[in-house]
Design a protein around this ligand. Structure first.
Ligand SMILES: NC(=O)c1ccc[n+]([C@@H]2O[C@H](COP(=O)([O-])OP(=O)(O)OC[C@H]3O[C@@H](n4cnc5c(N)ncnc54)[C@H](OP(=O)(O)O)[C@@H]3O)[C@@H](O)[C@H]2O)c1
Length: 287
């Protein structure tokens, strides 16, 4: 059996219908896990679940199941955990991947309500999600929680102030919960992506590979698979002695000095000089 085998494991992934989350559920299913595909739209969840069943479920019982959940709504987070555990008789893996980014711009221009929303929905609700899955993992003798952070949570990104703080909070949430959840055999870690090629980063206009790659020591933009690899490691037997860590998956960008990292100049260039014009959309890049 492979060191990375996830047979008989049940994984719940938020934001699983597109981008990084879609890449993660693909690899989880490929490694044998039963997967709960979650995002805000039930139809999209069902569609991805059906694709995973088609590709990986041939000799198994149904391996993928769609459950809509808006991570901005606490009651839906509770329902996601309950319905997932009920459907598959427990949960072994949680990947808290979905995030909200309703404001991009200078910190002085951040409306108080949006600042609060970004912190609450990204940080507090992830905390609630971890609490909601804990009893279902404990009942199965343990589990693995992976929070998807960001390079922006490791180094300052001036135009993403509230988001950066929330993502930094996720890294510390992993450290705090690692200790608390350890007696239940649950590991809690954070994976922090750098620039990853997804629909949201393309929509925001940050899709010029040359410009994005120039700021990366490995000289390329990341792919959802780069993040999926880290998740598979942390969720499998291979990573079972790792807890409380934050793993940057960013082509080496977080290791650079601020001047070489291209922050904030890179961001000014990428987002344009009129920062307010870029704000207010949930469709902005989630770097
Ligand atoms: N892409 C990057 O360069 C990058 C870099 C660093 C960190 N990250 C982090 O990686 C994660 C995924 O980013 P991505 O680029 O893959 O995003 P994406 O391509 O925009 O995909 C977002 C996914 O989340 C779902 N979603 C959006 N809002 C939601 C909500 N309120 N509740 C539940 N699901 C929601 C979307 O489906 P619906 O719209 O149907 O709900 C979709 O499945 C985020 O945590 C982000 O902060 C991304």
């Amino acid at each position: 059996m492979s060191f990375f085998d996830l047979s008989n494991k049940v994984a719940v992934v938020t934001g699983a219908t597109k981008g990084i989350g879609r890449g993660i559920v693909e690899r989880l299913a490929e490694h044998g896990a039963s997967v709960v595909v979650s995002s805000r739209r039930q139809a999209a969840c069902d569609e991805v679940a059906a694709e995973l069943d088609e590709d990986y479920g041939k000799n198994c019982m149904r391996i993928a199941h769609g459950v809509a959940c808006d991570i901005e709504r606490l009651e839906q987070i509770e329902r996601l955990a309950e319905r997932s555990a009920e459907h598959f008789d427990g949960i072994d893996i949680l990947v808290a991947n979905a995030a909200v980014l309703p404001f991009v711009g200078a910190s002085r221009d951040t409306p108080p309500a949006l600042f609060e929303r970004i912190l609450t929905k990204n940080l507090h609700n992830s905390f609630r999600l971890c609490q909601a899955v804990r009893p279902h993992m404990a009942r199965r003798g343990g589990g693995s929680i992976v929070l998807i952070g960001s390079l922006a949570g490791l180094v300052p990104f001036p135009t993403l102030m509230a988001y950066s703080i929330a993502k930094a909070g996720l890294a510390h949430l992993a450290r705090c919960l690692a200790d608390e959840f350890a007696p239940d055999g649950i590991t809690v870690n954070c994976v922090s992506p750098g620039s990853i090629r997804t629909a949201s980063s393309a929509r925001s206009g940050v899709d010029d590979d040359n410009r994005r790659s120039a700021a990366v020591p490995l000289q390329r933009v990341g792919e959802p698979d780069d993040i999926a690899g880290a998740v598979i490691y942390l969720a499998s037997a291979a990573g079972s002695y790792v807890t409380g860590v934050t793993l940057p998956v960013d082509g080496g960008r977080s290791q650079l000095s601020p001047a070489d990292r291209g922050v904030p100049t890179t961001h000014r260039r990428l987002w344009g000089t009129d920062l307010n014009a870029a704000s207010g959309s949930a469709d902005e890049s989630l770097e």
